[in-house]
Design a protein around this ligand. Structure first.
Ligand code: COA
Length: 249
């Protein structure tokens, strides 16, 4: 059986480009990756996760599943926010994903490319953290790099000794008063939106058990999944990224 490798065609297309363009892109990539790594190491408020994309991460035409990208985004967010909320003495906590503010798939990621996921804490309230994430896809054969995804997530720390206890988040330092003010506006905005959503959900009627053809109810589908240990955090909560795999993948 012939192995279907659409990504190899893309690689050969790229190789046809002029050497000058490729070389300058390669230098830009190493500069960008080095800058992210240095910033991550120095500040501690950033996290960089790099993974090569494999055939079992992708669909039959070689595009990496959206759910796989979202899982990496959640993993990076969980690392940075859990690390941050344990920087002070006191209860050890695990940051739980509570909200995906937005996520945009800007360009596809293919098998053989390296996904660089950079997560950064951009706002802290008393009990929550906003994490912004960027995913760059790098073709390590040609040096080309593209922005594949941008996302914003919110995490809440829960005590490891008592999962019902929400712990306090150490405040972060902002580069400027404007940056802090912008973050506060995003925090207030999502709080307001949550309140409105809660009221809307309460007003929605439950779906009919036998929906008619060509109605929204008829188009609904469901997926049954038995939750296993590999789906869970050390708290026994299902990983936020797993939910996203179910819904997108
Ligand atoms: C995290 C959890 C315990 C919070 O419980 P809760 O009753 O909503 O908590 P509270 O209303 O007391 O709010 C606590 C903090 O969380 C924030 N918060 C709660 N839900 C939030 C949401 N959906 N989005 C953003 N922030 C949220 C609140 O703003 C508050 O922070 P603040 O005091 O700084 O404003 C609960 O929402 C939960 O268990 N969620 C499921 C988490 C999960 O399973 N994630 C996937 C696995 S990682």
């Amino acid at each position: 059986m012939r192995c279907f490798r659409p990504w190899s065609r893309r690689v050969s297309d790229e190789v046809d480009k002029t050497a000058v363009v490729v070389e300058s892109q390669r230098q830009q990539v190493s500069r960008d990756v080095r800058k992210d790594e240095e910033a991550a190491a120095q500040q501690g408020s950033k996290c960089l996760l790099s993974r090569i994309m494999r055939p079992d991460d992708a669909n039959i035409v070689g595009n990496v599943h959206g759910g796989h990208i979202l899982k990496m985004i959640e993993e990076a967010g969980c690392i940075i926010s859990t690390r941050h909320c344990n920087t002070q003495n006191g209860d050890r906590s695990l940051a739980l994903l509570v909200r995906v503010e937005k996520t945009e798939f800007l360009s596809p990621v293919f098998i053989g490319e390296v996904a660089h996921v950079t997560a950064e804490i951009t706002y802290t309230s008393k009990h929550s953290m906003e994490v912004q994430v960027k995913v760059m896809a790098e073709n390590i054969l040609t040096g080309t790099k593209k922005l594949a995804n941008k996302a914003a997530l919110w995490y809440v720390p829960c005590s490891l000794q008592n999962v019902d206890k929400i712990t306090e988040v150490p405040p972060i330092k902002y580069a400027s008063a404007e940056e802090e003010e912008e973050g506060r506006k995003r925090y207030e905005g999502q709080k307001m939106e949550r309140l409105e959503t809660k009221l809307r959900i309460e007003a929605v009627a439950s779906p009919s058990p036998n929906p008619e053809k060509h109605t929204v109810g008829f188009s609904q589908s469901s997926l049954i999944h038995l939750v296993g240990p590999s789906d869970c955090t050390i708290h026994d909560y299902v990983n936020g990224g797993e939910y996203k795999c179910f819904t997108v993948g």
